[in-house]
Design a protein around this ligand. Structure first.
Ligand SMILES: [Zn+2]
Length: 445
């Protein structure tokens, strides 16, 4: 037991950069429910966006990543990591839409007007009710009110678009393509369509930046992120939309016209470089366009299947094995008015200098040893990001041309396959890799 404590102290020293421990009597006690359904009551020592560090009743200190915890969003809310009014975890977004409504009121006036919103009690008085509706404070005379009902009101009827958007992005790090995709979906659900459009645009550009023929997308994004000129930002946004829709000629015209009119204050070298890349895209022959389109369509289809909460694990796998290639071919033959056989032969003899990689991540066991857990249940309980990671690697290995399969150490247990259990005095199977200790990675083209 002594030895174990020493190991734990060493382990906890690895989690540096944290504040000094608070006094025991000030510590908050919480119940953690792990993804394997075991539970632990413990004192919270520290938490951040990556996980929570707790002290159990027998004085064992352990850090748990949020990804291992089942009631993570509830705990995050308790600890103030999420706004108490609104649940924004991915799981709730996809499985429970209740959060977009809040307790509010509906007021009908004598003249027939109806207001929905939230009553601002501190501003209301004997004569007037003040409600917040679509971000504005509205004062209504009690004398004019014929009916007042307590109802659930969609959040967008209460707060302004900017207020809701601030809630969404407040605790989120939005950096990768997937981050932008998730944020766009949240914006959609809350009726923030313009914000959603922007995040979809960012998502598409970053994503295409990862695929072959990526230079124009990367250059455009870099310039967009760098420039402070609002006009240039607008033009780049429109240019980006053009190239995402394969309208390369329009994108070039737009950028050239704008640059000629505003040349004085523009970063001309960078725009020139971007134009050069766009011209290459524009001159790309049909065969290269088909290959490019194949990569993009394939990944989009994998994503929508992974994000479809109605599709089970086996359904999703069967889709990759039996249907996806045909669906890509259908899409290509429609887009380029070419036969499926032609498209197929162009794809098979494609030149590639870029090799892509995809990791099964925490779904590695579901590929290599699906008998060790209930894969369907795991699939249902996994986040969209985890599902997409698995399915993309499965697609790379099954429907694309796999070049190599190799293994990397599991980031949670470091190739040991086990972690300290909730009580700290026993080992449990690492939930991230299912005890395998590694993640399966595929390189493909
Ligand atoms: Zn592991």
């Amino acid at each position: 037991m002594k030895k174990l404590t020493a190991i734990l102290i060493f382990a906890s020293a690895l989690f540096t950069a944290m504040p000094a421990f608070a006094q025991e009597n000030e510590l908050r006690r919480v119940e953690i429910i792990f993804k394997d359904e075991t539970a632990l009551n413990a004192y919270v020592l520290f938490f951040d966006t990556s996980g929570i560090k707790v002290k159990s009743d027998n004085d064992v200190v352990i850090f748990y990543p949020w990804t291992t915890i089942k009631n993570d969003s509830e705990l995050k809310r308790t600890l103030g990591l999420l706004s108490p009014d609104i649940l924004l975890s991915e799981k709730e977004i996809t499985q429970n839409l209740q959060f977009v409504e809040q307790a509010g009121i509906s007021i009908s006036l004598k003249d027939g007007r109806i207001y929905n919103g939230r009553e601002m009690y501190e501003l209301s008085d004997m004569d007037n009710i003040v409600i917040k509706s679509k971000g504005k404070l509205i004062k209504l005379s009690r004398h004019d009110i014929v009916k007042r009902e307590d109802v659930l009101v969609p959040l967008k009827e209460i707060d302004s678009e900017d207020e809701i958007y601030t809630l969404i992005v407040k605790d989120r790090i939005i950096a990768t393509a997937d981050d932008h995709y998730e944020t766009a979906r949240m914006c959609n659900r809350l009726g923030l369509d313009r914000k959603a459009e922007f995040h979809d645009w960012m998502y598409e550009l970053i994503r295409r930046g990862e695929l072959p023929s990526s230079a124009p997308y990367k250059k455009l994004l870099a310039l967009y992120n760098k420039t402070l000129d609002e006009q240039l930002k607008d033009v780049l946004y429109m240019t980006g939309k053009d190239i995402l829709n394969f309208n390369y000629k329009d994108s070039i015209d737009r950028l050239e016209i704008f640059t000629r009119a505003h040349s004085a204050q523009m970063p001309l070298d960078e725009i020139e470089n971007l134009l050069k890349e766009l011209k290459i895209l524009n001159q790309m022959n049909m065969e290269a366009q088909i290959v490019n389109y194949w990569y993009l369509t394939g990944e989009s289809l994998v994503r929508s299947k992974a994000f479809d909460r109605n599709a089970g694990f086996n359904t999703a796998r069967k889709y990759i094995e039996l249907e996806i290639t045909n669906e890509i071919l259908n899409s290509i033959s429609q887009k380029f008015s070419t036969g499926k056989e032609t498209a197929k032969s162009i794809w098979i003899k494609r030149e590639t200098t870029v090799f892509l990689t995809a990791s099964y991540g925490e779904g590695t066991w579901a590929k290599e040893a699906p008998q060790i857990k209930d894969a369907e249940k795991w699939w249902q309980n996994s986040s969209n990001a985890v599902r997409f990671q698995f399915l993309k690697a499965y697609y790379a290995e099954t429907a694309m041309q796999a070049i190599n399969v190799f293994h990397k150490d599991c980031p949670a247990c470091g190739n040991t396959g086990k972690l300290f259990g909730p009580n700290g005095n026993e080992f449990v199977v690492c939930g991230t890799c299912g005890g395998l200790g590694t993640n399966r990675v595929v390189s493909y083209r």
